[in-house]
Write a protein that binds this ligand. Structure first.
Ligand code: ADP
Length: 156
């Protein structure tokens, strides 16, 4: 019984953990940025994923380390290739919202085999649904939550 109760407590705590409390600040690149600039940004900001945006932080695509590595294998001049020709573009970008449960995000990351997701806010612009980038959720954020869950569990 005690074991079941313990599991219930863990489960409840898990369900209370949402993106809002664990998200990081998003790191973005403009659509017109070059692959070279994106690589520099990735190093300077120490992230593994960049979100590509147009004006007003509207999401248009996403860039991973391997996307940039792949683009670097050719002999082209990296400062003349715009990121928007190599990125994974909308509507193929998987996103999450602030009120989503962390456990859902963790599931998505595993299922899609990706490292991170943009946290977005839906907005209407020119009669179209658009997504404003407001945060970043990665495996590191999930790991942090996992540690918190363990700490809380020990205290209770
Ligand atoms: P890496 O390519 O460095 O291993 P990922 O596993 O995160 O990093 O990315 C794998 C591929 O999936 C890349 O081509 C990337 O553009 C794409 N990708 C990454 N994150 C997302 C996402 N949230 N939605 C859709 N595609 C993504």
């Amino acid at each position: 019984y005690a074991e079941n109760a313990e599991k219930r407590v863990m489960n409840n705590q898990l369900k209370k953990m949402t993106v809002k409390e664990y998200q990081s600040i998003p790191v973005v690149a403009k659509e017109s940025s070059s692959v070279y600039d994106a690589i520099v940004t990735m190093f300077l900001e120490d992230v593994g994923t960049l979100f590509v945006v147009k004006e007003n932080s509207i999401l248009t695509g996403i860039l991973s380390r391997k996307d940039l590595l792949r683009a670097s294998m050719g002999k082209q001049d990296l400062s003349s290739i715009p990121v928007n020709v190599i990125m994974t573009r909308m509507p193929n970008v998987t996103m999450c919202e602030q009120d989503d449960m962390l456990i859902e995000v963790a599931n998505t990351l595993i299922q899609k085999q990706i490292d991170g997701l943009p946290v977005v806010k839906k907005i209407q612009q020119n009669g179209e649904e658009q997504y404003e980038v407001i945060g970043r959720m990665t495996k590191t954020n999930i790991t942090k939550a996992f540690v918190d869950l363990g700490d809380e569990h020990q205290r209770s």
